[in-house]
Design a protein around this ligand. Structure first.
Ligand code: ISJ
Length: 388
């Protein structure tokens, strides 16, 4: 089914977002035929169903409206089509004809995907020396009191012998990493991104229960927690609590830190729950949720603390554009929920290359070589599915 959708989307120059929520089996997808996808600041008062993908930097996110929504749960399959104009009806008809022909005949696997190769990848990629130098620069800045934490990232460009088999890779990620949000977003304008994120940025359901988490502090499965990881985690935890308090939310549940295992790594994770219909001081819960979202992103788990100074450091010294990496993405107003995950453990796909992104939180106690190794282990998660 996914293969047929991907092939049909491609031949219709449409945009698609496919996802699987953590600890579930169902695959969901939305398709949009809009020529230029809307770009706007995310506002949770806006109730249209769709999928949002926001870059790390900037105020505006891409919105893929759910002109078509499909979900599968075992044998239960569901397709919904948005109310549409006569002109669009022709598009849908042609889309379903093609989809049906792919479903009923033996078609090749979807190995053609949109790529945004106009991006500049002329940076020093995958260089341990330049990463270590930058981490040392970060530690110096912390010791000089410029900020307390900064997340430094790198890329890893992998040559592909042939374009990636998208469905296999997606299904592999879903199978190997059941506790993550697995996604594949592909649009003619923004290229193709795939990943398996462990980090919830924000979930809001119809009862106005809001959930978020602090996920920071990482170690390989064999070692012990040190003060470094504990402090790194506390920065994120306190940042989240501060955001709640600043907008007048006094009552919330905090659970953790607990350990969260993913691939070759263990993270520290604290969960937060707010019943903000009853606690929010504002007249509109949507307004409060939107404000929390914009206050949270980017959290010190992917940027640093204080945010402004860390962001300045990243913008100035990281030698590549993070683009959608460490942004956030997820379904909005689908099955009466909105869920945004931080875009981590992800890659951007070009025809003959995959660009893997990974970063690590730097504090005054960081060991640059260990941070480099941490990014290698983070990348390994995706390398496994590329090589399979
Ligand atoms: C920046 C990444 O991960 C983030 C950084 C972590 C850390 O430094 O301990 C842990 C989880 C994520 O919040 C990444 O995976 O690229």
């Amino acid at each position: 089914m996914l293969n047929a959708f991907l092939l049909t989307v491609n031949s219709h120059h449409a945009a698609i977002a496919i996802w699987r929520m953590p600890e579930t089996k169902a695959i969901h997808l939305v398709v949009s035929f809009v020529d230029r996808l809307p770009l706007a600041a995310v506002d949770l008062a806006f109730k249209a169903p769709g999928f949002v993908i926001s870059p790390f930097r900037g105020e505006k996110a891409v919105f893929i409206p759910a002109e078509l929504y499909y979900s599968s749960e075992g044998e239960n399959r569901q397709i919904e089509i948005a109310d549409t104009s006569d002109e669009k009806k022709q598009t849908f008809l042609s889309f379903f004809n093609t989809l049906l022909s792919h479903l009923t005949s033996k078609t090749p696997y979807a190995n053609k995907y949109y790529n945004s190769s106009d991006q500049n990848f002329g940076h020093q990629d995958n260089q341990q020396d330049s990463f270590v130098t930058l981490v040392n620069k970060g530690i110096d800045a912390i010791k000089k009191g410029k900020f307390q934490k900064v997340v430094i990232a790198r890329t890893n460009m992998i040559e592909l012998n042939q374009p990636l088999h998208l469905v296999n890779a997606f299904e592999n990620l879903a199978k190997k990493y059941p506790n993550t949000f697995v996604s594949l977003v592909s649009t003619p304008e923004h290229g193709t991104w795939m990943g398996a994120s462990p980090e919830l940025l924000m979930n809001v359901n119809q009862d106005y229960i809001l959930r978020t988490m602090a996920l920071a502090g990482t170690k390989p499965t064999i070692s012990d927690w040190t003060q470094k990881e504990i402090e790194e985690h506390e920065f994120v935890k306190h940042f989240i609590i501060k955001q709640f308090k600043e907008i007048g939310i006094q009552k919330f549940e905090v659970l953790g830190p607990k350990t969260f295992t993913l691939g070759h790594l263990i993270h520290l994770k604290t969960d937060f729950t707010v019943d903000f219909k009853s606690t929010a001081p504002s007249p509109s819960p949507e307004l409060v949720a939107t404000s929390i979202l914009h206050r949270l992103h980017p959290t010190p788990a992917v940027c640093g603390l204080p945010k402004k100074q860390a962001l300045h450091f990243i913008n100035h010294y990281e030698s590549f554009d993070r683009s959608f990496y460490t942004g956030y993405l997820g379904p909005t107003n689908i099955q009466q929920q909105t869920s945004f995950y931080v875009n981590l453990r992800c890659m951007q796909l070009l025809d003959d290359k995959a660009i893997l992104y990974a970063g690590a939180g730097i504090t005054r106690d960081s060991d640059p070589i260990k941070e480099w190794e941490e990014t290698n282990l983070k990348n390994k998660m995706l390398l496994k599915v590329i090589k399979d």
